[in-house]
Design a protein around this ligand. Structure first.
Ligand code: SF4
Ligand code: SF4
Length: 452
């Protein structure tokens, strides 16, 4: 009787393993990784054959085998789904102080030798002059002399950035003088719905704190040094998804085409939100590529879209870092969301895959370090950007490497659910990720139209 019950349970477990195997094969097909299927079958097929034989044939001590095998599966399952291990959260960024946009690499790369902004910046930051002069002497992104350059493809991204520059001035606009009274809860849901309707994959809201805004502008010569002192009260933050297959080609030229395409998507969604809010009679500003007054990853983190990981940018639970962010700030009264904690801090400590694959070694391998008042992983933005200028693209190797970047299939949803709470799951799934995918997924395939 006992043996029959154990055999029945064994068949159920075996059925579960077969379903899991089918899901894994399907997932690899969706991800375009069919060449990895044999790595999956190699240990699982013998395991299935041995298990079937144990369940089918009678032999001495069969009950002990069954109890041992079934207990082992049960223990592994419980360790995957029940909370275990220390929970590490990140330091509250509220004590981090304001960043100055003049210090970010994109601003510094644009200072023209000899002009007033250049003199001002390097008289205050002489230690950065030599490295910045070196970077400026290198070819620009999408330019001849970079190792991915191809004039037909480079023009795709160039055209997108020219377009983004042309629409930048639309970020702010006239406000309808007829103000409509709104209910905060309803309008918050409506704005999130509108953002999704226009293509956002994730949307959240946060109340703005001083550290969300840059202290001064720096990105364009005409606004260099302008103090940012008019702050809106709320920010609607959204993310658009970058194409998984294209990002596997990082750091090739198709990656910068994809980034610019998603900057356009972000700009479009932000414009529609801002135009809509102004139509309702409230102030709204779209913060889009090249025209941010705010630090988008910090807002996104506080709005519950994700957490800042080892690579120094936002990691979302659904798409990893494989997103572009957009922000609309407003005085329309909306309801803020809460930050999320889905285990990234714990996972990044053991993972380190982005640090291992970064071609410029810009991502730290070690612990977080103290930056101002808070502890965080600090990437070397000069090394990172120097590599961009060599490659001629915005690289994206770290983005494509991150295990969280995998498409959000049922199987990956289960993995994400487990590593939220279980240290055992983090270690086990990291080993599996290494075994199945290697250090990073890679594909040099371009979109078909780009091959023409
Ligand atoms: S974008 Fe490339 S160079 Fe920069 S940190 Fe990521 S992997 Fe390293
Ligand atoms: S690759 Fe690993 S270490 Fe890097 S951000 Fe992603 S999870 Fe963290």
């Amino acid at each position: 009787m006992l043996v029959s019950l154990l055999v029945f349970m064994g068949w159920l477990l075996l059925l579960g393993i077969v379903i899991l195997l089918i899901l894994m094969v399907k997932t690899l097909q969706v991800e375009g990784e069919t060449n990895k299927i044999q790595r999956l079958l190699f240990p699982l097929v013998p395991l299935l054959i041995v298990s079937t034989a144990i369940l089918t044939f009678d032999f001495p001590f069969k009950a002990y085998f069954l109890v041992f095998g079934e207990l082992l599966v049960l223990i592994i399952f419980l360790l995957l789904i029940l909370p275990n291990g220390e929970v590490i959260t990140q330091d509250n960024p509220s004590s981090s102080g304001q960043l100055d946009e003049r210090d970010i690499m994109f601003a510094r790369a644009n200072y023209q030798q000899g002009n007033e902004n250049y003199r001002d910046y390097y008289s205050r930051n002489p230690q950065r002059k030599e490295i910045d002069d070196n970077i400026r002497s290198m070819p620009n992104l999408c330019s001849p002399g970079t190792f991915t350059y191809n004039p037909l493809d480079a023009a795709v991204a160039d055209a997108a950035f020219v377009f983004l520059g042309d629409i930048r001035h639309l970020a702010e606009g006239e406000i309808n003088s007829q103000k409509l009274e709104v209910e905060s809860e309803k309008i918050s849901l409506r704005l999130k719905g509108l953002a999704q309707y226009y293509g956002a994959k994730l949307v959240g809201i946060t109340e703005i704190k001083p550290y969300h805004y840059y202290s001064h502008r720096g990105r364009h010569p005409e606004v260099y040094g302008e103090k940012i002192d008019k702050h809106d009260r709320y920010a609607i933050v959204f993310a658009v998804e970058m194409d998984y297959e294209i990002m596997k080609g990082a750091p090739q030229i198709q990656v910068v085409a994809e980034s610019s395409r998603q900057y356009i998507e972000g700009a479009k969604i932000g414009m529609m939100l801002a135009y809509y809010i102004r139509q309702l009679g409230y102030h709204a500003r779209n913060h889009m590529d090249g025209n941010y007054l705010v630090v988008a990853p910090l807002l996104a983190q506080d709005a519950g879209l994700g957490e800042i990981g080892r690579m120094g940018i936002l990691v979302t639970e659904e798409f990893g870092p494989r997103v572009r962010l957009g922000v609309v700030t407003t005085d329309l009264p909306v309801i803020p969301d809460k930050p999320v904690d889905f285990g990234v801090q714990n996972f990044c400590i053991i993972c380190k895959k982005c640090a291992q694959t970064c071609p410029s070694q810009a991502i730290p391998h070690g612990d977080k370090e103290k930056v101002g008042e808070i502890k965080r992983w600090k990437i070397n933005q000069e090394s990172c950007y120097t590599f961009w200028r060599k490659a001629g693209t915005d690289c994206g190797v770290c983005m494509s490497t991150c295990p969280y970047s995998k498409p959000n299939t049922i199987l990956h949803k289960f993995v994400r659910f487990s590593i939220r709470r279980s240290q055992f799951a983090r270690k086990m799934f990291l080993l599996l990720d290494d075994y199945i995918y290697g250090k990073r997924p890679l594909s040099l395939k371009k979109p078909k139209w780009m091959e023409l």
